[in-house]
Design a protein around this ligand. Structure first.
Ligand SMILES: *Cc1c(COP(=O)(O)O)cnc(C)c1O
Length: 362
């Protein structure tokens, strides 16, 4: 079996990202024999008692981790976070209304593009002037907009909102790449969504948590599959849901809970981020790419002062059994993604390799 080698590769992939080994093992077992049924999870009805229990728990566990009550509903939908770029304005922007967006990167830009097709979309702040290397902080939120859309963590450029805007209009957040990585006051948000494959589970399902009283107000005649209320009424099974990704997402949330929940992971994630940023700042060969105050604890972007050494550093990384460190093509250099399932030990290995590299090439 390959399970022992899997744990030896230090996986810094930006997404789909690392999952806990024990979750992968439980998921493998469920592919063959789910819940002791001697049937695969992949070959039973989503309406079976056993699967209905999975869906209910997967929805409830999100509410538990976010500490919200029954005024919120949780859905698991297909189409990725990218479909939510369209569904959010479609469900929350009134006919003749407007929405406000903060543009902090590639994903926010894509969200804005879709919203503009639905209605009047105002970009009230943007860090595009400096290639998205910081998070805009001073901006006026229009009180007549139907909602404000923000992106909590900029996966590609490596910035993260350390504080969320105080706002009187509904706050909507794309948390795809830092959901459940730190404590947030979820009750301040009307809608939180996340493509699961960064920090929550595997690709194929997208989590949407929405406050019920925000829905049904657009005046728009809604297409069923794009209507949150239709999915809510169907208990997130209006059509066949992505059964397996949802199950693995549930296992990943259970792993988080079992180990100490958000308080535990926030502390661990801070230790991981501190270790790598300290080394980037200390090491004479590397530098970070974003404003220090806005550095992401999830996606750490860094460059070599001598770019001609990139292939050499790649070799060092491969020899140390590290994977997924190449930066996004828009930024270049390197990106270490420190998602929840990445152990502190993997960061220590990266830091050691950077030190060795400095000894050889500085
Ligand atoms: C990856 C990512 C997306 C896109 O997710 P898909 O599920 O591929 O559509 C959106 N927003 C953020 C912040 C991301 O990191």
């Amino acid at each position: 079996m390959s399970t022992t080698t899997a744990s030896k590769v230090h996986n810094f992939s930006a997404g789909p990202g690392i999952l806990p080994l024990e979750v992968l093992q439980q998921a493998s077992e469920a592919c063959i024999n789910f819940d002791g049924l001697n049937l695969s999870l992949l070959e039973i009805s989503h309406r079976s008692k056993n699967y209905e229990r999975v869906m209910l728990e997967a929805r409830n566990t999100v509410k538990e981790l976010f500490e919200v009550g029954d005024d919120y509903e949780v859905l698991y939908l297909g189409g990725g976070a990218s479909l939510q770029f369209a569904m959010i304005p479609y469900n929350l922007m009134k006919e003749g209304g407007s929405a406000a967006y903060v543009n902090t990167g590639v994903w926010a830009t894509k969200a804005i593009k879709e919203a503009k097709i639905i209605g009047n979309t105002k970009v009230i702040a943007s860090s595009e002037d400096k290639k998205f290397t910081y998070v805009p902080k001073e901006y006026v939120i229009p009180s007549d907009a139907d909602y404000l859309h923000i992106t909590s963590n900029n996966t590609i450029y490596g910035t993260q909102m350390k504080h969320f805007p105080k706002c009187d209009i509904p706050l909507v957040c794309d948390m795809s790449s830092d959901i459940f990585s730190r404590k947030v006051n979820a009750k301040d948000f009307t809608l939180i969504y996340a493509g699961a494959q960064k920090n929550m589970g595997p690709a194929g399902s997208t989590m949407v948590m929405v406050k019920k009283d925000a829905l049904g107000k657009t005046g728009r005649k809604m297409l069923s599959m794009l209507d949150y209320q239709v999915h809510i009424k169907g208990d997130s099974m209006y059509n066949t849901p992505p059964v397996f990704p949802i199950y693995v997402t549930l296992l990943t949330m259970q792993w988080l809970k079992k180990n100490g929940g958000i308080a535990w992971i926030e502390k661990l994630n801070q230790q991981k981020a501190d270790a790598i940023y300290n080394e980037i700042d200390r090491n004479s060969l590397f530098y970070g790419t974003v404003d220090k105050a806005d550095r992401s604890n999830m996606n750490v972007c860094f460059l070599l002062k001598k770019p001609e050494l990139e292939n050499e550093f790649d070799k060092f990384c491969k020899e140390a059994n590290m994977s997924g460190l190449r930066g996004h093509r828009d930024v270049g250099g390197f990106r270490a993604s420190l998602y929840n399932a990445l152990p502190l030990e993997s960061v220590h290995v990266l830091v050691e390799v950077m030190k060795e590299f400095e000894k050889k090439f500085a």
